[in-house]
Design a protein around this ligand. Structure first.
Ligand code: PLP
Length: 433
Protein backbone atom coordinates (compact mmCIF):
# COMPACT_ATOMS: atom_id res chain seq x y z
CA UNK A 1 0.00 0.00 0.00
CA UNK A 2 1.19 3.52 -0.80
CA UNK A 3 0.95 6.38 1.67
CA UNK A 4 0.79 8.95 -1.10
CA UNK A 5 -2.43 11.00 -1.42
CA UNK A 6 -2.85 10.81 -5.21
CA UNK A 7 -4.71 13.37 -7.29
CA UNK A 8 -7.18 10.78 -8.56
CA UNK A 9 -7.98 7.10 -8.43
CA UNK A 10 -6.14 6.32 -11.68
CA UNK A 11 -2.80 4.54 -11.44
CA UNK A 12 0.32 6.66 -11.89
CA UNK A 13 3.61 5.51 -13.45
CA UNK A 14 6.57 5.95 -11.08
CA UNK A 15 9.06 8.45 -12.55
CA UNK A 16 12.68 7.83 -11.61
CA UNK A 17 14.82 10.06 -13.86
CA UNK A 18 14.62 12.49 -16.74
CA UNK A 19 16.98 14.04 -19.29
CA UNK A 20 16.34 16.41 -22.19
CA UNK A 21 12.79 15.86 -23.39
CA UNK A 22 12.46 12.32 -22.00
CA UNK A 23 11.13 11.02 -18.65
CA UNK A 24 11.85 7.43 -17.56
CA UNK A 25 9.77 5.25 -15.24
CA UNK A 26 10.62 2.52 -12.76
CA UNK A 27 9.26 -0.16 -15.10
CA UNK A 28 11.67 0.88 -17.86
CA UNK A 29 9.40 2.99 -20.07
CA UNK A 30 10.46 6.29 -21.63
CA UNK A 31 8.06 9.16 -22.42
CA UNK A 32 8.63 12.14 -24.70
CA UNK A 33 7.54 15.12 -22.61
CA UNK A 34 5.29 16.86 -25.12
CA UNK A 35 3.82 19.20 -22.50
CA UNK A 36 6.83 20.02 -20.26
CA UNK A 37 4.72 18.58 -17.43
CA UNK A 38 2.18 21.37 -17.17
CA UNK A 39 4.13 23.72 -19.48
CA UNK A 40 6.91 24.04 -16.90
CA UNK A 41 10.15 22.34 -18.02
CA UNK A 42 11.19 25.05 -20.50
CA UNK A 43 14.91 24.15 -20.61
CA UNK A 44 14.37 20.39 -20.58
CA UNK A 45 15.14 17.90 -17.85
CA UNK A 46 18.37 16.88 -16.12
CA UNK A 47 20.44 20.04 -16.57
CA UNK A 48 23.31 19.57 -14.11
CA UNK A 49 24.30 23.25 -14.43
CA UNK A 50 21.07 24.20 -12.64
CA UNK A 51 21.43 21.42 -10.05
CA UNK A 52 24.97 22.59 -9.26
CA UNK A 53 23.87 26.23 -8.91
CA UNK A 54 21.17 25.13 -6.45
CA UNK A 55 23.58 22.96 -4.46
CA UNK A 56 26.11 25.80 -4.24
CA UNK A 57 23.40 28.21 -3.10
CA UNK A 58 22.06 25.75 -0.48
CA UNK A 59 25.57 25.39 0.94
CA UNK A 60 26.24 29.13 1.03
CA UNK A 61 22.84 30.59 2.06
CA UNK A 62 19.80 28.32 2.04
CA UNK A 63 17.19 30.53 3.68
CA UNK A 64 16.48 33.97 5.04
CA UNK A 65 13.05 35.35 5.86
CA UNK A 66 11.75 38.21 3.69
CA UNK A 67 10.73 40.26 6.73
CA UNK A 68 14.38 40.37 7.86
CA UNK A 69 16.58 40.17 4.77
CA UNK A 70 16.85 40.49 1.05
CA UNK A 71 19.67 38.37 -0.45
CA UNK A 72 22.43 38.91 -2.99
CA UNK A 73 20.96 36.22 -5.24
CA UNK A 74 17.46 37.79 -5.11
CA UNK A 75 18.86 41.25 -5.89
CA UNK A 76 20.83 39.89 -8.87
CA UNK A 77 17.89 37.87 -10.16
CA UNK A 78 15.31 40.68 -9.95
CA UNK A 79 17.56 42.91 -12.02
CA UNK A 80 18.32 40.19 -14.64
CA UNK A 81 14.61 39.37 -14.89
CA UNK A 82 13.61 43.03 -15.38
CA UNK A 83 16.17 43.24 -18.22
CA UNK A 84 15.04 39.98 -19.82
CA UNK A 85 11.39 41.03 -19.75
CA UNK A 86 12.19 44.61 -20.79
CA UNK A 87 10.34 45.92 -17.74
CA UNK A 88 12.93 48.38 -16.43
CA UNK A 89 12.15 49.83 -13.00
CA UNK A 90 9.53 47.12 -12.31
CA UNK A 91 9.87 45.38 -8.92
CA UNK A 92 9.95 41.57 -8.56
CA UNK A 93 7.87 40.01 -5.76
CA UNK A 94 8.87 36.34 -5.45
CA UNK A 95 6.62 33.47 -4.33
CA UNK A 96 6.57 29.72 -4.82
CA UNK A 97 3.80 29.04 -7.38
CA UNK A 98 1.44 30.61 -9.89
CA UNK A 99 -1.59 30.52 -7.57
CA UNK A 100 0.34 32.37 -4.86
CA UNK A 101 1.51 34.84 -7.48
CA UNK A 102 -2.06 35.61 -8.58
CA UNK A 103 -3.21 35.86 -4.95
CA UNK A 104 -0.42 38.41 -4.50
CA UNK A 105 -1.44 40.33 -7.63
CA UNK A 106 -5.08 40.52 -6.56
CA UNK A 107 -4.15 41.70 -3.05
CA UNK A 108 -1.63 44.20 -4.42
CA UNK A 109 -4.22 45.66 -6.83
CA UNK A 110 -6.70 45.96 -3.98
CA UNK A 111 -4.18 47.62 -1.66
CA UNK A 112 -3.02 49.99 -4.42
CA UNK A 113 -6.53 51.47 -4.61
CA UNK A 114 -6.91 51.62 -0.82
CA UNK A 115 -3.62 53.57 -0.64
CA UNK A 116 -5.00 56.00 -3.24
CA UNK A 117 -8.12 56.61 -1.19
CA UNK A 118 -10.44 54.44 -3.30
CA UNK A 119 -11.30 51.53 -0.97
CA UNK A 120 -14.51 50.86 -2.92
CA UNK A 121 -12.51 49.22 -5.71
CA UNK A 122 -12.63 45.54 -4.77
CA UNK A 123 -13.86 43.76 -7.93
CA UNK A 124 -11.56 41.97 -10.33
CA UNK A 125 -12.75 41.36 -13.88
CA UNK A 126 -11.58 38.10 -15.43
CA UNK A 127 -12.57 36.10 -18.52
CA UNK A 128 -14.56 32.95 -19.20
CA UNK A 129 -12.93 30.52 -19.58
CA UNK A 130 -9.72 31.22 -17.72
CA UNK A 131 -7.46 29.61 -15.16
CA UNK A 132 -5.53 31.61 -12.58
CA UNK A 133 -4.85 29.00 -9.90
CA UNK A 134 -6.21 26.57 -7.34
CA UNK A 135 -6.09 28.57 -4.09
CA UNK A 136 -9.44 30.08 -3.20
CA UNK A 137 -8.74 33.65 -4.37
CA UNK A 138 -7.08 32.58 -7.62
CA UNK A 139 -9.81 30.01 -8.19
CA UNK A 140 -12.47 32.65 -7.58
CA UNK A 141 -10.82 34.72 -10.29
CA UNK A 142 -10.82 31.73 -12.67
CA UNK A 143 -13.65 31.29 -15.16
CA UNK A 144 -13.77 27.51 -14.83
CA UNK A 145 -17.10 26.36 -13.48
CA UNK A 146 -16.15 22.72 -13.17
CA UNK A 147 -13.22 23.48 -10.87
CA UNK A 148 -15.09 26.12 -8.83
CA UNK A 149 -18.45 24.58 -8.10
CA UNK A 150 -17.41 22.25 -5.23
CA UNK A 151 -16.09 25.27 -3.32
CA UNK A 152 -18.81 27.71 -4.38
CA UNK A 153 -20.05 28.91 -0.96
CA UNK A 154 -16.56 30.24 -0.20
CA UNK A 155 -16.33 32.20 -3.44
CA UNK A 156 -18.24 35.49 -3.57
CA UNK A 157 -19.49 35.71 -7.16
CA UNK A 158 -20.21 39.45 -7.35
CA UNK A 159 -16.55 40.31 -6.80
CA UNK A 160 -15.45 38.63 -10.04
CA UNK A 161 -17.35 40.03 -13.05
CA UNK A 162 -16.69 38.02 -16.19
CA UNK A 163 -15.78 39.04 -19.73
CA UNK A 164 -16.12 36.67 -22.72
CA UNK A 165 -13.07 34.92 -24.16
CA UNK A 166 -11.25 36.42 -27.17
CA UNK A 167 -13.20 36.19 -30.43
CA UNK A 168 -10.82 35.70 -33.39
CA UNK A 169 -13.53 36.88 -35.81
CA UNK A 170 -13.25 40.41 -34.34
CA UNK A 171 -10.35 42.81 -34.75
CA UNK A 172 -8.18 42.98 -31.63
CA UNK A 173 -9.49 46.45 -30.86
CA UNK A 174 -13.19 45.55 -31.29
CA UNK A 175 -12.66 42.45 -29.20
CA UNK A 176 -11.04 44.42 -26.37
CA UNK A 177 -13.78 47.06 -26.48
CA UNK A 178 -16.14 44.45 -24.99
CA UNK A 179 -14.39 45.10 -21.67
CA UNK A 180 -16.06 48.52 -21.56
CA UNK A 181 -19.56 47.03 -21.25
CA UNK A 182 -18.44 44.67 -18.46
CA UNK A 183 -16.84 47.59 -16.62
CA UNK A 184 -19.92 49.77 -16.97
CA UNK A 185 -22.20 46.96 -15.75
CA UNK A 186 -19.94 46.25 -12.76
CA UNK A 187 -19.72 49.93 -11.83
CA UNK A 188 -16.24 51.20 -12.77
CA UNK A 189 -15.68 52.83 -9.38
CA UNK A 190 -15.91 49.36 -7.78
CA UNK A 191 -13.33 47.67 -10.04
CA UNK A 192 -9.71 47.20 -8.95
CA UNK A 193 -8.23 45.20 -11.83
CA UNK A 194 -8.71 43.25 -15.02
CA UNK A 195 -6.75 39.98 -15.31
CA UNK A 196 -6.23 37.86 -18.40
CA UNK A 197 -3.93 35.21 -19.82
CA UNK A 198 -2.39 36.78 -22.97
CA UNK A 199 -2.45 33.34 -24.61
CA UNK A 200 -5.06 31.20 -22.83
CA UNK A 201 -3.52 27.93 -21.68
CA UNK A 202 -5.15 25.31 -19.48
CA UNK A 203 -8.77 26.34 -20.07
CA UNK A 204 -8.82 26.90 -23.83
CA UNK A 205 -6.07 25.31 -25.93
CA UNK A 206 -3.69 28.17 -26.69
CA UNK A 207 -6.34 30.68 -27.73
CA UNK A 208 -4.83 34.10 -28.56
CA UNK A 209 -6.64 37.34 -29.43
CA UNK A 210 -5.85 39.29 -32.61
CA UNK A 211 -3.13 41.96 -32.71
CA UNK A 212 -4.06 45.19 -30.98
CA UNK A 213 -6.17 43.51 -28.28
CA UNK A 214 -3.87 43.99 -25.30
CA UNK A 215 -2.93 47.58 -26.18
CA UNK A 216 -6.63 48.49 -26.29
CA UNK A 217 -7.28 46.62 -23.02
CA UNK A 218 -4.46 48.58 -21.39
CA UNK A 219 -5.91 51.86 -22.71
CA UNK A 220 -9.42 51.09 -21.42
CA UNK A 221 -8.04 50.06 -18.01
CA UNK A 222 -6.11 53.34 -17.83
CA UNK A 223 -9.21 55.33 -18.79
CA UNK A 224 -11.21 53.77 -15.92
CA UNK A 225 -8.39 53.80 -13.35
CA UNK A 226 -8.31 49.99 -13.30
CA UNK A 227 -5.03 48.01 -13.12
CA UNK A 228 -4.22 45.71 -16.06
CA UNK A 229 -2.76 42.43 -14.80
CA UNK A 230 -1.27 40.01 -17.36
CA UNK A 231 -1.21 36.44 -16.05
CA UNK A 232 1.85 35.12 -17.91
CA UNK A 233 2.34 32.11 -15.60
CA UNK A 234 2.08 29.77 -18.60
CA UNK A 235 2.62 32.07 -21.58
CA UNK A 236 5.62 34.06 -20.32
CA UNK A 237 9.39 33.50 -20.09
CA UNK A 238 9.79 32.72 -23.80
CA UNK A 239 7.22 29.94 -24.09
CA UNK A 240 5.27 31.83 -26.80
CA UNK A 241 8.35 32.97 -28.71
CA UNK A 242 8.73 36.30 -26.86
CA UNK A 243 9.77 37.09 -23.29
CA UNK A 244 6.15 38.22 -22.68
CA UNK A 245 3.20 37.01 -24.77
CA UNK A 246 1.23 40.18 -23.97
CA UNK A 247 3.56 42.06 -26.34
CA UNK A 248 3.17 39.69 -29.30
CA UNK A 249 0.47 41.84 -30.93
CA UNK A 250 1.88 45.29 -30.18
CA UNK A 251 3.84 47.24 -27.60
CA UNK A 252 2.08 47.26 -24.24
CA UNK A 253 3.16 47.44 -20.61
CA UNK A 254 0.70 46.04 -18.04
CA UNK A 255 0.66 47.38 -14.49
CA UNK A 256 1.38 43.94 -13.02
CA UNK A 257 2.81 40.87 -14.78
CA UNK A 258 2.33 37.49 -13.07
CA UNK A 259 4.95 34.78 -13.72
CA UNK A 260 5.57 31.16 -12.70
CA UNK A 261 6.23 27.79 -14.34
CA UNK A 262 9.12 28.60 -16.76
CA UNK A 263 10.84 30.92 -14.24
CA UNK A 264 12.76 28.06 -12.65
CA UNK A 265 11.53 25.58 -15.28
CA UNK A 266 10.62 22.93 -12.71
CA UNK A 267 14.00 22.79 -10.96
CA UNK A 268 12.55 24.55 -7.92
CA UNK A 269 9.24 26.17 -6.95
CA UNK A 270 9.51 29.77 -8.14
CA UNK A 271 6.87 32.26 -9.27
CA UNK A 272 6.16 35.91 -8.68
CA UNK A 273 4.95 39.20 -10.01
CA UNK A 274 6.51 42.27 -11.57
CA UNK A 275 4.92 45.49 -10.33
CA UNK A 276 5.16 48.83 -12.14
CA UNK A 277 6.95 51.73 -10.45
CA UNK A 278 3.54 53.44 -10.04
CA UNK A 279 2.02 50.45 -8.20
CA UNK A 280 5.10 49.82 -6.05
CA UNK A 281 5.61 53.53 -5.35
CA UNK A 282 1.98 54.09 -4.33
CA UNK A 283 2.22 51.37 -1.67
CA UNK A 284 5.67 52.37 -0.43
CA UNK A 285 4.89 56.10 -0.37
CA UNK A 286 1.52 55.38 1.26
CA UNK A 287 1.35 52.99 4.19
CA UNK A 288 4.90 51.83 3.41
CA UNK A 289 4.31 48.07 3.36
CA UNK A 290 2.58 45.45 1.21
CA UNK A 291 0.38 43.73 3.82
CA UNK A 292 1.15 40.26 2.55
CA UNK A 293 3.87 37.61 2.59
CA UNK A 294 4.67 33.90 2.44
CA UNK A 295 7.36 32.15 4.49
CA UNK A 296 9.21 30.78 1.46
CA UNK A 297 8.95 33.92 -0.69
CA UNK A 298 12.23 34.59 -2.49
CA UNK A 299 13.78 31.33 -1.28
CA UNK A 300 17.47 31.63 -2.21
CA UNK A 301 17.72 28.09 -3.64
CA UNK A 302 14.68 28.64 -5.88
CA UNK A 303 16.01 32.01 -6.97
CA UNK A 304 19.44 30.48 -7.73
CA UNK A 305 17.64 27.94 -9.91
CA UNK A 306 15.82 30.79 -11.66
CA UNK A 307 19.09 32.63 -12.30
CA UNK A 308 20.70 29.52 -13.76
CA UNK A 309 17.63 28.82 -15.93
CA UNK A 310 17.77 32.39 -17.26
CA UNK A 311 21.47 31.89 -18.11
CA UNK A 312 20.51 28.85 -20.19
CA UNK A 313 17.50 30.54 -21.84
CA UNK A 314 19.69 33.45 -22.92
CA UNK A 315 22.86 31.50 -23.80
CA UNK A 316 20.99 28.89 -25.86
CA UNK A 317 18.66 31.51 -27.39
CA UNK A 318 15.60 29.51 -26.36
CA UNK A 319 13.12 32.34 -27.02
CA UNK A 320 14.06 32.23 -30.69
CA UNK A 321 14.07 28.42 -30.52
CA UNK A 322 10.47 28.54 -29.27
CA UNK A 323 9.53 30.51 -32.40
CA UNK A 324 11.38 28.16 -34.77
CA UNK A 325 10.40 24.82 -33.23
CA UNK A 326 6.89 26.19 -32.66
CA UNK A 327 6.55 26.93 -36.38
CA UNK A 328 7.81 23.41 -37.19
CA UNK A 329 5.40 21.78 -34.73
CA UNK A 330 2.42 23.87 -35.88
CA UNK A 331 3.13 23.00 -39.54
CA UNK A 332 3.23 19.31 -38.58
CA UNK A 333 -0.03 19.65 -36.63
CA UNK A 334 -1.69 21.19 -39.71
CA UNK A 335 -0.80 18.01 -41.62
CA UNK A 336 -2.22 15.84 -38.81
CA UNK A 337 -5.41 17.93 -38.91
CA UNK A 338 -5.82 17.04 -42.60
CA UNK A 339 -5.21 13.35 -41.86
CA UNK A 340 -7.51 13.05 -38.83
CA UNK A 341 -11.03 14.52 -39.13
CA UNK A 342 -11.56 14.57 -35.34
CA UNK A 343 -8.90 17.30 -35.18
CA UNK A 344 -11.04 20.40 -35.75
CA UNK A 345 -8.36 23.08 -35.38
CA UNK A 346 -4.75 23.61 -34.42
CA UNK A 347 -3.42 26.96 -33.15
CA UNK A 348 -1.11 28.75 -30.76
CA UNK A 349 2.01 30.85 -30.45
CA UNK A 350 5.61 29.63 -30.20
CA UNK A 351 5.65 26.40 -28.22
CA UNK A 352 2.26 26.89 -26.56
CA UNK A 353 0.06 25.04 -29.04
CA UNK A 354 -3.46 23.66 -28.92
CA UNK A 355 -5.24 20.83 -30.72
CA UNK A 356 -9.03 21.27 -30.71
CA UNK A 357 -10.89 17.95 -30.93
CA UNK A 358 -14.49 17.18 -31.79
CA UNK A 359 -17.05 15.48 -33.97
CA UNK A 360 -15.95 15.39 -37.64
CA UNK A 361 -19.59 15.13 -38.78
CA UNK A 362 -20.68 18.41 -37.19
CA UNK A 363 -17.33 20.19 -36.81
CA UNK A 364 -18.41 20.89 -33.22
CA UNK A 365 -17.25 19.71 -29.82
CA UNK A 366 -18.80 16.42 -28.73
CA UNK A 367 -21.83 16.73 -26.48
CA UNK A 368 -20.14 14.35 -24.05
CA UNK A 369 -16.57 15.47 -23.38
CA UNK A 370 -13.73 13.00 -22.83
CA UNK A 371 -12.23 12.79 -26.31
CA UNK A 372 -9.08 14.63 -25.21
CA UNK A 373 -8.62 12.12 -22.39
CA UNK A 374 -8.94 9.26 -24.90
CA UNK A 375 -6.37 10.79 -27.26
CA UNK A 376 -4.05 11.59 -24.33
CA UNK A 377 -4.33 7.98 -23.11
CA UNK A 378 -3.48 6.65 -26.59
CA UNK A 379 -0.55 9.09 -26.82
CA UNK A 380 0.63 7.86 -23.41
CA UNK A 381 0.68 4.30 -24.73
CA UNK A 382 2.71 5.57 -27.70
CA UNK A 383 5.22 7.14 -25.28
CA UNK A 384 4.07 10.75 -25.61
CA UNK A 385 2.91 13.04 -22.80
CA UNK A 386 0.29 15.69 -23.63
CA UNK A 387 -1.87 18.00 -21.48
CA UNK A 388 -5.55 17.23 -22.06
CA UNK A 389 -8.39 19.61 -21.22
CA UNK A 390 -12.04 18.77 -21.45
CA UNK A 391 -15.40 19.26 -19.85
CA UNK A 392 -17.97 21.96 -19.49
CA UNK A 393 -16.46 25.35 -18.75
CA UNK A 394 -19.30 27.68 -17.82
CA UNK A 395 -21.41 26.43 -20.67
CA UNK A 396 -18.55 26.33 -23.18
CA UNK A 397 -18.09 22.66 -23.84
CA UNK A 398 -14.91 21.46 -25.46
CA UNK A 399 -12.12 18.97 -25.75
CA UNK A 400 -8.54 19.88 -26.45
CA UNK A 401 -4.91 18.95 -25.98
CA UNK A 402 -2.18 21.40 -25.10
CA UNK A 403 1.26 20.72 -26.55
CA UNK A 404 4.27 22.52 -25.16
CA UNK A 405 7.52 20.55 -25.16
CA UNK A 406 10.69 22.04 -23.65
CA UNK A 407 11.94 25.03 -25.68
CA UNK A 408 15.20 23.07 -26.06
CA UNK A 409 13.54 20.31 -28.12
CA UNK A 410 15.48 19.44 -31.30
CA UNK A 411 13.96 19.35 -34.82
CA UNK A 412 14.28 15.53 -34.85
CA UNK A 413 12.46 15.30 -31.52
CA UNK A 414 9.64 17.48 -32.88
CA UNK A 415 9.28 14.95 -35.73
CA UNK A 416 9.20 12.10 -33.20
CA UNK A 417 6.49 13.91 -31.19
CA UNK A 418 4.41 14.29 -34.36
CA UNK A 419 4.86 10.61 -35.30
CA UNK A 420 3.64 9.48 -31.89
CA UNK A 421 0.70 11.90 -31.92
CA UNK A 422 -0.19 10.74 -35.45
CA UNK A 423 -0.41 7.14 -34.20
CA UNK A 424 -2.50 8.18 -31.17
CA UNK A 425 -4.92 10.10 -33.39
CA UNK A 426 -5.17 7.16 -35.81
CA UNK A 427 -6.08 4.85 -32.90
CA UNK A 428 -8.82 7.15 -31.57
CA UNK A 429 -10.38 8.55 -34.76
CA UNK A 430 -12.48 5.53 -35.69
CA UNK A 431 -14.23 5.57 -32.30
CA UNK A 432 -15.49 9.20 -32.62
CA UNK A 433 -18.05 10.28 -31.55
N1 PLP B 1 -2.11 31.02 -13.99
C1 PLP B 1 -2.06 30.33 -15.15
C2 PLP B 1 -2.26 31.06 -16.45
C3 PLP B 1 -1.81 28.95 -15.14
O1 PLP B 1 -1.79 28.29 -16.30
C4 PLP B 1 -1.62 28.31 -13.89
C5 PLP B 1 -1.40 26.85 -13.84
O2 PLP B 1 -1.63 26.12 -14.77
C6 PLP B 1 -1.69 29.06 -12.72
C7 PLP B 1 -1.92 30.42 -12.81
C8 PLP B 1 -1.51 28.42 -11.37
O3 PLP B 1 -0.17 28.11 -11.16
P1 PLP B 1 0.27 27.03 -10.06
O4 PLP B 1 -0.29 25.73 -10.50
O5 PLP B 1 1.79 27.09 -10.11
O6 PLP B 1 -0.25 27.48 -8.75
Amino acid sequence: MSNVFYRSSKSYPVAVRAGGVFIETQDGRSFLDGSSGALVANIGHGRTQVAQAMAAQASRLAFVHGSQFTSDVLEAYASRLADFLNLPAFRFWAVSGGSEANESAIKLARQYHVERGQPGRFKVITRVPSYHGASLGALAASGMGARREVYAPLIREDAWPKMPKPDPTLSGEEDAERLRAVLEAAGPESVAAFICEPVVGASDAALAPNAGYHARIAAICREYGVLFVADEVMSGMGRCGAPLAVRLGGDVTPDIVVLGKGLAAGYAPLAGLMASPEVYGTVMDGSGAFKHGFTYAGHPVSVAAGLSVLDIVEHEELVQAARERGAQLLAGLEILKDRHPHVLAVRGQGLLLGVVLGDPATGQALARPGLADRVAAAAHEEGLLTYPGSGAVDGVRGDHLLLGPPLSITPAEVDLLLERLDRALARTGAAVP
